[in-house]
Ligand binder design. Structure first.
Ligand SMILES: [Zn+2]
Ligand SMILES: [Zn+2]
Length: 373
C-alpha cells in the first residue's frame, strides 16, 4: 500500500513539474535610439516605456551617443526621457559612436568596415568608444557598461578596447551567452522585429513571437526581443507596436506566471556571467587562446580569421575542405601573446563548407566557414 501511494505521489509530482514552465529571463531591447531617420515623429519613448513598466518589464535603450548632441535632438526631449528612464531602473547601452563608418560613410556598421573588409586600429576604435562614453556621461549622466556594435560588426580589437574602457557586456549576434574577451560577456538578441506592423499581420506576428519564446527562450534560458527605434516610433503613431508589445508581455505572464523575470541587458549578462564563471572555475586553467568566427561569413573573395594568444606557443592555422583534406596552411610558427588576424583568399577554391583549425600548443579548436562563389 505504501509503495503504491509513493508511486502515485511521484506521478503527481512529475505532472506538476511538467505543467510549470521553467524560469524565463526576458529582455526588452530597443536599438538605434536617436535613429538616423529624423522624419519620424513624435520623438518620444514614453508610450513604449509605460507599456513595459506597467507590466514590470525593463527596457534596454541602445543609444547612438553622437545623435544626442546633433540638431535632431535640439529640444532635448529624448535626452530628458532617457535620463528619467535610467533613473527608474531601465538601462542605457552604448551603440557605437555615430553609427556611421568613418571609412566608407555607410550607416550599416562602424567598428569594422564591412564594405572594404578592413578593420580599424586600436587607436581609432578607442577614440570612438571614449568619445561615445563622454557624450553619454555629459548628456545623460550615465556610465554605459553594455555595448552593442552597430550592425553587430566588431572584432577582437573592439573587444580589447571595450575591456580597457571598463565595459562588462557586449551584444553581438553570436556566440550565445559566452565570455568573448577577458571580463567581457556576450548576450545576443534572438529576434529582430523590424517588419512593418499592420493590423492584418498583428495576430500572426503575436503567435510567431510567443512560439519563438517557447522554443529559443527555453533552449537558452532567456529571450531578448529586439525592436528598433524608428519601427517602435512608427508604432507609437498608430499605437500598434506599443499595444503589440504589451500583449506579448501579458501572454507571457499568463503562461509563465512568477517564473517570468525581467532584466536589462547588463543584469541578464551578469546573471549568466556568474553561472559561467562558476563553470570555468571547475576547469583547470584559462584557455591558451581564443578563436573568433571568421568574417565576413559566408564570404566570396576573402575572409579574416582572428584569434588571441595568452602565452608564447607554437601555432598552426589550417583550412580543411568538407572531406577533411587540408587545403591551406595559413600559419605554422611560434607566436607571442597578442591579437592576430589572418586572411584566407583562394581564387581556385570551390563554393562550399570549409573548416579552419587553430592548434596552439596542446589545445585546438575548429570552426566552420562558408565560401559562396
Ligand atoms: Zn565602412
Ligand atoms: Zn543599429
Amino acid at each position: 500500500m505504501t509503495r503504491v501511494l509513493h508511486f502515485l505521489l511521484l506521478l503527481i509530482t512529475a505532472a506538476a513539474a511538467s505543467a510549470q514552465p521553467q524560469k524565463l529571463i526576458f529582455l526588452l531591447r530597443v536599438d538605434d535610439i536617436m535613429s538616423r531617420n529624423t522624419a519620424i515623429l513624435p520623438r518620444s519613448l514614453t508610450a513604449f516605456e509605460q507599456a513595459a513598466e506597467s507590466r514590470g518589464a525593463k527596457v534596454t535603450w541602445v543609444t547612438i551617443p553622437h545623435r544626442l548632441i546633433e540638431s535632431a535632438n535640439q529640444d532635448g526631449k529624448l535626452r530628458r526621457e532617457l535620463i528619467a528612464s535610467a533613473g527608474r531602473g531601465h538601462e542605457i547601452a552604448m551603440h557605437g559612436y555615430t553609427h556611421i563608418c568613418q571609412r566608407c560613410s555607410q550607416s550599416s556598421h562602424e567598428m569594422f568596415c564591412t564594405t572594404h573588409n578592413l578593420p580599424f586600429t586600436y587607436a581609432q576604435q578607442e577614440k570612438l568608444v571614449r568619445d561615445g562614453l563622454q557624450i553619454l556621461a555629459d548628456s545623460l549622466g550615465v556610465q554605459a557598461v553594455s555595448f552593442v556594435p552597430p550592425g553587430h560588426h566588431a572584432d577582437s580589437t573592439t573587444f580589447q578596447v571595450l575591456v580597457e574602457q571598463g565595459f562588462r557586456w557586449i551584444s553581438t549576434t553570436g556566440p550565445t551567452k559566452a565570455p568573448i574577451a577577458e571580463g567581457l560577456m556576450n548576450l545576443p538578441p534572438h529576434r529582430e522585429y523590424t517588419w512593418q506592423m499592420a493590423p492584418a499581420s498583428y495576430q500572426d506576428r503575436l503567435r510567431q513571437a510567443l512560439q519563438d519564446v517557447r522554443t529559443l527562450g527555453r533552449a537558452d534560458g532567456y529571450f531578448c526581443l529586439l525592436f528598433h527605434d524608428p519601427f517602435m516610433r512608427q508604432g507609437y503613431e498608430n499605437g500598434l507596436v506599443v499595444r503589440w508589445a504589451g500583449e506579448v508581455l501579458d501572454s507571457l505572464r499568463a503562461e509563465y506566471g512568477g517564473n517570468l523575470v525581467f532584466m536589462t541587458l547588463a543584469e541578464a549578462a551578469q546573471h549568466f556571467a556568474g553561472q559561467i564563471t562558476s563553470l570555468t572555475q571547475r576547469s583547470a586553467a584559462a584557455p591558451v587562446f581564443a578563436l573568433a568566427q571568421n568574417y565576413p561569413n559566408p564570404f566570396n573573395a576573402a575572409t579574416l580569421i582572428e584569434f588571441s594568444l595568452r602565452q608564447t606557443t607554437p601555432v598552426r592555422l589550417t583550412v580543411f575542405n568538407a572531406n577533411g583534406q587540408a587545403v591551406a596552411q595559413l600559419l605554422d610558427r611560434m607566436l607571442s601573446p597578442g591579437n592576430y588576424q589572418v586572411r584566407w583568399q583562394d581564387a581556385a577554391a570551390a563554393s562550399g563548407v570549409y573548416h579552419y583549425r587553430l592548434q596552439a600548443g596542446e589545445s585546438s579548436e575548429t570552426r566552420k566557414l562558408l565560401l559562396l562563389r
